[in-house]
Design a binder for this molecule. Structure first.
Ligand code: SF4
Ligand code: SF4
Length: 439
C-alpha cells in the first residue's frame, strides 16, 4: 500500500512503525472473510482492510479522529483473527493500538461514553474496587432485563456478566509456593486483577499443579494489572504505568532467584505481556527490562506442555469443547498445547466450529458494544452446544465469563481440568453440576 507521510511525521517512531505496517498490506482482502465484525455486518469499513484504510487516512492527515473512524475502530474486537489470515504479515495489532491511542488523544467522546470508559478504566484493573463492583452487580443482576428494556444496554451487559455467585477472592501477591519434593524449576505467576475476583480457582489450580510437578511458584510483591484492559481502550499512559510497575516487580523477583518463566493464565494479559518489549522499545529506562520480561512470558499451557505430566489414577473421560481464546490462538499462536495436554490426560477434546471467530468478550467489548458482543456469544454458544460437551474449557477469564453468560454447560479454565486429572480436586463448576444431577 502506498503511503504519503511527510518526513516530519515519520520522525515520530510510532508513525514510522505504522507506516511500515501499512506498506506491508497489499489490500488483497483475504482478512475480511475471517473478521467477526465483517461476518456480522458485511460492511467493508467493519473489515480489517476497511479499518486499515481509515487508519491510514487518519494518521496521514494528522487530524483529530472523526466520529465515523471512531465508530468503526470501536467496533473492532482486537481479536487478531485478521493477523492469522493475512498472507503478508500485516501487524494489525500494533496499527490498531496506534489508532486507539490517536483517537484517545484527539477525539472527545460524548459525556456518557467518557463516564463509562473512565469508570471501567478505574475499576477493572483494581481488584478491591472490582470486587466491590462485582458484589453490587450480583445484587443488581435480577434487574438486567429491566435496564436492557429501558435502553441502558451497557449497564444491563455489566449486570448480566456478573457471575451468579461470587467466590472468595484469593489475594496471593507476594507469596511463595514451594515445590513438592525435589525442585525442578521456578516460575513467577501473574495473579492479575479480574481473574482472582471472578475465578480464583484458576490460579489456585495452576499453583497446585505446578507444585505437584516439582515447580516452585512465586507471585511477585507488587503483582497487579498488566495494563491490557486500558491498553485496548487507547489509554496508553495508564497502560504503560501499570506495565512498568509489573516489570519492576518481576525484575526484583528475578533478582531474588532465577525464573524459568513468567506464567500467565489469562491469555489476553499474556498477549500484552509478550508485547512489553515492543511497547517499551523506545524507553531507555525500560527497554531492556521489558524485553527480558516478554522473553520469559508464557501461557501456562505452553509451559506445561514441556513438563512430563503425571496422570491421576482415573482419567476423567469427559467430553470437552475446547474454546480457543482469540488472544491465545491469534495473539500468541498457542493452538495445540491446551488440546494436547487435555487429550493426553484422558479427556475427549472437540474443536468448536468457526473456532477462529471471537466469542464477543474482547476485554471491555462486551460492555461497550453489547449488541455485537451478544450476537457473537450466541453464535459461539450455538456452535459449542451442538457438540453436546460435558464441559467447556478456555484459557481466558473474559471468554469464560462471556460464554458462561449464554449457556448452562459448565465453563472452566483448561488448567483446572489438568489439575483435576493429575490428582487435584474436581473443578467447582463440575462438582456443582454433579450435585444438581444427584439432587
Ligand atoms: S489480508 Fe493482509 S494484506 Fe490482505 S488486505 Fe488484509 S491485512 Fe492487507
Ligand atoms: S482484530 Fe478482529 S475485529 Fe478487528 S479487524 Fe481484525 S479480525 Fe476484525
Amino acid at each position: 500500500m502506498q503511503t504519503t507521510f511527510s518526513l516530519s511525521q515519520l520522525a515520530d517512531p510510532q508513525t514510522a512503525e505504522s507506516e511500515k505496517i501499512l506498506r506491508a498490506c497489499v489490500h488483497c482482502g483475504f482478512c475480511t472473510a475471517t473478521c467477526p465484525t465483517y461476518v456480522l455486518l458485511g460492511d467493508e469499513l467493519d473489515s480489517p482492510r476497511g479499518r486499515i484504510y481509515l487508519i491510514k487516512e487518519m494518521l496521514e492527515q494528522g487530524r483529530p479522529a472523526t466520529q465515523e473512524v471512531v465508530k468503526h475502530i470501536d467496533r473492532c474486537l482486537s481479536c487478531l483473527s485478521c493477523m492469522t489470515t493475512c498472507p503478508s504479515g500485516v501487524n494489525y495489532m500494533h496499527l490498531v493500538d496506534h489508532a486507539r491511542d490517536h483517537i484517545e488523544q484527539t477525539y472527545k467522546r460524548p459525556l456518557s461514553e467518557r463516564l463509562i470508559r473512565g469508570l471501567l478504566a478505574r475499576v477493572l484493573p483494581n481488584p478491591t474496587l472490582f470486587r466491590l463492583a462485582a458484589v453490587g452487580g450480583w445484587l443488581g443482576k435480577p434487574f438486567a432485563p429491566v435496564l436492557g428494556a429501558l435502553g441502558l444496554k451497557r449497564l444491563a451487559a455489566m449486570l448480566r456478566l456478573t457471575p451468579g455467585r461470587l467466590p472468595a477472592s484469593a489475594y496471593l501477591t507476594g507469596k511463595l509456593f514451594p515445590a513438592t519434593g525435589k525442585r525442578r524449576g521456578r516460575v513467577a505467576l501473574l495473579s492479575g486483577c479480574i481473574g482472582p475476583v471472578l475465578r480464583p480457582s484458576t490460579n489456585e489450580a495452576t499453583i497446585r499443579l505446578l507444585n505437584r510437578h516439582g515447580i516452585e511458584v512465586t507471585i511477585a510483591a507488587g503483582d497487579a494489572c498488566c495494563g491490557s484492559l486500558v491498553h485496548h481502550m487507547g489509554r496508553e499512559e495508564q497502560a504503560l504505568a501499570q506495565a512498568r510497575s509489573l516489570i519492576d516487580a518481576w525484575t526484583a523477583e528475578a533478582e531474588r532467584g532465577a525464573l524459568d518463566a513468567i506464567l500467565v493464565t489469562v491469555s489476553g494479559c499474556g498477549t500484552t505481556v509478550k508485547d512489553y518489549g515492543f511497547m517499551f522499545r523506545n524507553d531507555p529506562a525500560y527497554a531492556a527490562k521489558a524485553a527480558r520480561v516478554s522473553a520469559l512470558a508464557r501461557d501456562v499451557t505452553e509451559y506445561l506442555a514441556a513438563l512430563p505430566m503425571q496422570p491421576g489414577a482415573t482419567p476423567p473421560g469427559l467430553t470437552v469443547a475446547y474454546h480457543a481464546a482469540c488472544s491465545l490462538q491469534h495473539g500468541q499462536k498457542v493452538v495445540h498445547a491446551p488440546k494436547d495436554l487435555l487429550s493426553n490426560l484422558g479427556f475427549v477434546v472437540k474443536d468448536v466450529a468457526e473456532g477462529h471467530l471471537c466469542c464477543g468478550s474482547a476485554g471491555t467489548y462486551n460492555i461497550l458494544q453489547p449488541d455485537l458482543a451478544n450476537r457473537l456469544r450466541d453464535r459461539k454458544v450455538a456452535n459449542i452446544e451442538r457438540l453436546k460437551p460435558d464441559v467447556i474449557a478456555a484459557g481466558n477469564i473474559g471468554c469464560m465469563t462471556q460464554i458462561a453468560s449464554g449457556t448452562a454447560i459448565p465453563v472452566v479454565h483448561t488448567v483446572e481440568l489438568l489439575d483435576w486429572a493429575t490428582g487435584g480436586p474436581i473443578p467447582e463448576q463440575l462438582a456443582r453440576k454433579g450435585e444438581g444431577r444427584a439432587g
